[in-house]
Design a binder for this molecule. Structure first.
Ligand code: GDP
Length: 479
């Protein structure tokens, strides 16, 4: 079913009552707000000598805001965008605070006065780095689960007087699932009991291997308290950025991402935006998710009004017609008309398809998707009661990889299935297997809204069997 009687009347430029009469003549009783199916629309339209073309609305939008690829010669280096991750109390906030105080205040009078979701650092040799304000892998993966990725490089903070902890491992796996580079900051080096070698050793067991161990991960020894080693850390971030060849084209219409948004009594919707490509200018019409807008004003983290904002610049922006969500993409189309149209279409699609969620991978669905050639990998998160069962399960499941589908264990951990596991599954289109553990109440709820397949087992053989059957196409697909 597509549009309503009144929508159709508008398209045909007749009165809704005319459409109702036409339908009656065709033997159908319809009301003004009733949705008509395709064949009825065609019949009615034919009465008015209209041809009907059905276009997939989403495809249409894709087309309309299809963003041209940049030519290599138009690309210029851009600042890397950083998220700080690590176990609780290992010093993420302290590190962000130190860098903000030491590196930002230097150039700009007044320092940071405005929360714009991120801030820009200028190093001694005049290179820029953009730090996202919200540390931790949860925020990072929540953004990804909405289809948005803002981060280029993760700084993984590990306290030198502690050890690689469960959330360190989560951070590693979340960063890896996103394909983001990791630079290690071994923090709290001012403490007498600091033991960086132990940390490097433990990190290597989790696939983060520093150069002196033959790997490619850069590591800096720092103290967020004294500031020792921070310059070295920033330098290593820049080296990593150079390797990644991060580039953007400042001379095009802007594309960005909504980091946060809120409603301000005086200003209306205020959103923090990270410009990812192009240059955003005051006066530009834009569409952010389903929301139309026109850039009324932009401010940076110093409260300075900006006329334009180039790649990797975080800004606070006003001028929205509605309120977008974190993770929504902001695009400046070629003209205001297109921006409005796209916003309208998206609103309509969201209204009509509010029930249509992104369908995530389920074991039952695997065979069907395999038959369609849609899947080449099955991402699995394993949570179990003890390390022994995790090892046994991941070993056995990995061996189930076939020529068509490789089984990837993207994260494992002991303890209950948490919301962060569900977010990772959502961001990576994976499933979760719990062995002798259960989801927390929050995780269960989130799994429901995100439609994530959580399978609970108490016998390893059963888990292996079920995944095997799914891979062999032996589970009957869910209707
Ligand atoms: P987060 O939970 O990872 O954000 O950790 P915090 O930044 O809140 O730091 C946790 C605790 O460790 C706080 O009491 C900090 O003062 C302390 N801390 C952080 N970095 C350092 C450091 O380099 N040296 C020392 N001695 N303490 C630190």
């Amino acid at each position: 079913e597509f549009i309503t009687v009144s929508d159709l009347a508008e398209e045909l430029e007749v009165k809704p009552t005319d459409v109702i009469t036409t339908c009656m003549n065709l033997g159908m009783m319809v009301s003004i707000n009733q949705r008509l199916d395709a064949s009825t629309i065609e019949l009615v339209a034919a009465e008015y000598d209209f041809d009907v073309e059905f276009v997939d609305a989403e495809e249409m939008i894709e087309e309309e805001i299809e963003v041209e690829e940049d030519k290599p010669e138009d690309l210029e280096p851009r600042a890397p965008i950083i998220t700080v991750m690590g176990h609780v109390d290992h010093g993420k906030t302290s590190l962000l605070d130190y860098i903000r105080k030491a590196k930002v205040a230097a150039g700009e009078a007044g320092g940071i006065t405005q929360h714009v979701g991120a801030y820009e650092v200028v190093t001694d040799d005049d290179k820029k780095i953009t730090f996202l304000d919200t540390p931790g892998h949860e925020a990072f993966t929540a953004m990804r689960s909405r289809g948005a990725q803002a981060t280029d490089i993760v700084i993984l903070v590990v306290a030198a007087d502690d050890a690689v902890m469960p959330q360190t491992i989560e951070a590693i796996n979340h960063a890896k699932a996103a394909g983001v580079s990791i630079v290690v900051a071994i923090n709290k080096m001012d403490k007498p009991e600091a033991n960086p070698d132990k940390i490097k050793q433990q990190l290597s067991e989790h696939g983060v291997i520093v150069e002196e161990y033959g790997g490619t991960n850069q590591v800096a020894l720092v103290s967020a308290e004294t500031g020792d080693g921070i310059d070295d850390l920033l330098e290593k971030v820049l080296i990593e950025a150079e390797l990644l060849e991060l580039k953007a084209n400042p001379n095009r219409l802007a594309q960005g991402i909504v980091l946060e948004s809120r409603i301000d009594k005086g200003k209306g919707t205020v959103a923090n935006i990270l410009v990812q490509n192009g240059t955003l200018k005051v006066g530009d019409p834009f569409v952010a998710g389903p929301v139309f807008g026109r850039v009324r004003a932009m401010e940076n983290e110093h409260g300075t009004r900006l006329q334009d904002a180039g790649p990797s610049t975080p800004v606070q922006l006003i001028g929205f017609d509605g309120t977008p969500q974190a993770g929504d993409r902001l695009i400046v189309p070629k003209d205001e008309k297109t921006a409005k149209e796209v916003a309208n279409q998206r609103q309509q699609i969201r209204r009509e398809q509010s029930l249509r969620r992104v369908k995530h991978m389920t074991l039952d669905d695997l065979s069907r998707r395999m038959a369609l050639g849609e899947v080449s990998e099955l991402n699995i998160i394993i949570k179990a009661d003890v390390d022994g069962s995790i090892e046994a399960l991941s070993g056995a499941l990995q061996k189930l990889s076939t020529e068509e589908v490789s089984v990837n264990i993207i994260h494992t951990g002991s303890g209950a299935i948490t919301e962060s596991d569900v977010l990772l599954a959502s961001a990576s289109d994976g499933i979760i297997i719990g062995f002798q553990v259960r989801p927390t109440a929050g995780a269960r709820k989130l799994a429901e809204t995100e439609s994530i397949d959580i399978r609970l087992f108490s016998v390893i053989y059963d888990a292996v069997d079920e995944v095997h059957d799914a891979l062999e196409g032996m589970l009957s697909p869910e209707i």
